[in-house]
Design a protein around this ligand. Structure first.
Ligand code: ATP
Ligand code: F6P
Length: 473
């Protein structure tokens, strides 16, 4: 059985961490919670967010600010019941669904509430990590309210201006009782004004450190990420995998066309360009004038003894391996080479740099782009190694409040298709067609879609254990 790097080296199977979000409303807690879940699941750590607002909405779908006034006993009772239900489900999930990192996504704004949660977790032997988001930038808070709160189901059908006013009032009610995290015996990270200041206390294990480091790298500066495979290579034309071949004449034409292909969507933005250390990505990027960096970690998945063979040759020389790979492509490791799981582990620092960075263009390889794309678009491991990432196409990803927007720009230069469907071997070399001239450079050619994470306020009001895969609660 393939082993998980984290499980293997870090004893994740023994880890149970309850991450307790803390902060006033509209401080990005749900966004941070969802990103932690996405990151950990990408690294094969079983993680899930429990959004208390979703539980509350079962009984109180459209509360006004008054509901959140702590002198309102009925509001207090219902809010406490929602928190109890979420904590109970989370503890059950740890116990029965082998959960490693559960996130309790709520304001958890008083010491008494946090003490109660901690007691319940500690009684089960689980660690508690408080992640507090503090922000006093009024303009940012207002723009958060307008961006995500006025469209929440709490305010469905309401005038956005009235909704925003009510939400401000809700925040004021929380402010009356809010207590910042400063419990000396607790493990916590305090992110102040989107990480411009960070305070860390009492960190006790490696997984907690990873989570904290990840949250420290998050930012909300608008930016995009452009992804492209290298142009068609000589090996692609011959149907061979791996190697360090040069571009084919059509691949060179793609390199020539690339500056024009990205010109409109990049404009005058400051972009850093990353390639692998292999000839075909460096050649592809050669006419782009952005600041360049080569990463060994972006080199193609190492096919070991199969490097330089066609899929047909692999099937006839190593039939058992060929079959085993298709049975479980994510975990299968080529003899003397790598699996997709191995690639994800070596890409982790790249993902961290991408989270920290701003506009980045990455020119790399099929398997590598599948893993990077899977991270941003939240694609499960059984699907990611089978995704079609065509040659001669730029994918632009733009992180939004609760998802990633995708646009595709296809160059009008044909290339072979390197996609191979499960349990087949003979489809390398198939041609990808030319695109309609009118549609070249137009995102509308393939449409833009938002994916990756889900708006917590769009999930059903009460969340059953079956809604775990992509919903935050
Ligand atoms: P609520 O308590 O109402 O559920 P919340 O704290 O969970 O609110 P989110 O729903 O996550 O807030 O708010 C998302 C908005 O917060 C987005 O517009 C996002 O850009 C912004 N945001 C993300 N991170 C931060 C941060 N660290 N500080 C302030 N705003 C942030
Ligand atoms: O065929 C192009 C290529 O980049 C190979 O070098 C690499 O082995 C392969 O794609 C990865 O795709 P898959 O995992 O589907 O074999």
């Amino acid at each position: 059985m393939a082993t998980n790097f984290l499980e293997n080296d870090l004893q994740v199977e023994d880890s149970h961490i309850c991450v307790v979000m803390v902060g006033l409303p509209a401080r990005g807690k749900s966004l941070i919670a969802q990103k932690i879940v996405r990151y950990l699941k990408w690294l094969s750590v079983n993680a899930k967010s429990f959004n208390v607002g979703s539980y509350r909405r079962a009984d109180t779908p459209r509360p006004t600010a008054e509901f959140f006034d702590t002198s309102n006993p009925e509001g207090e009772r219902l809010r406490r019941a929602a928190a109890e239900a979420a904590v109970t489900d989370m503890l059950r999930w740890f116990e029965h669904e082998n959960g490693h990192v559960g996130i309790l996504d709520a304001t958890n704004s008083t010491k008494a509430r946090r003490e109660w949660i901690k007691e319940r977790c500690v009684a089960k032997g689980y660690d508690v990590l408080f992640v507090e988001s503090k922000c006093d930038d009024e303009d940012l808070i207002m723009s958060n309210i307008l961006e995500v709160k006025t469209t929440s189901p709490d305010y469905v059908g309401q005038d956005p201006e009235l909704a925003a006013r009510d939400f401000r009032e809700r925040i004021r009610n929380y402010e009356k009782v809010y207590e910042t995290v400063d419990e000396p015996d607790s493990t916590y990270v305090k992110l102040i004004n989107v990480g411009s200041q960070v305070i860390i206390n009492q960190v006790s294990n490696y997984l907690q450190t990873r989570i904290i480091y990840f949250t420290m790298n998050l930012h909300i500066t608008p930016r995009s990420i452009w992804l492209s495979r290298h142009g068609e290579s000589e090996f692609n034309v011959q149907g061979k995998i791996g190697g360090d071949a040069s571009l084919s004449p059509r691949g060179l034409a793609y390199a020539d066309a690339l500056p024009e292909l990205v010109k409109h969507s990049i404009g005058d933005k400051n972009v850093t360009l990353w390639t692998s250390t292999m000839k075909r990505t460096i050649q592809t990027a050669r006419h782009l004038t952005y600041l360049k960096k080569q990463w060994k970690a972006l080199d193609e998945l190492d096919a070991g003894v199969c490097d330089g063979l066609t899929y047909e040759e692999i099937e006839s020389k190593y039939p058992e391996d060929f079959r085993a790979r298709d049975d479980d492509k994510y975990n299968y490791r080529y003899q003397g080479g790598e699996s997709y799981r191995d690639v994800v582990i070596r890409l982790e620092p790249i993902i961290m740099e991408m989270e920290r960075g701003e506009n980045i263009m990455v020119v790399t390889h099929q398997a590598i782009l599948r893993c990077i794309y899977a991270y941003f678009m939240n694609i499960p491991q059984d699907q990611s190694p089978w995704m079609e990432i065509p040659l001669h196409t730029v994918i632009k990803l733009t992180p939004r409040a609760y998802g990633t927007q995708e646009e595709r720009f296809k160059a009008n230069i044909p290339a072979v298709s390197t996609f191979r469907a499960k349990y087949t071997s003979a489809n390398m070399g198939g041609e990808e067609g030319l695109v309609d001239e009118d549609k070249v450079l137009s995102p509308a050619a393939t449409g833009a879609q938002v994916n990756g994470v889900v708006h917590p306020d769009e999930v059903e009001s009460i969340v059953t254990p079956h809604h775990t895969a992509t919903t935050p609660a």
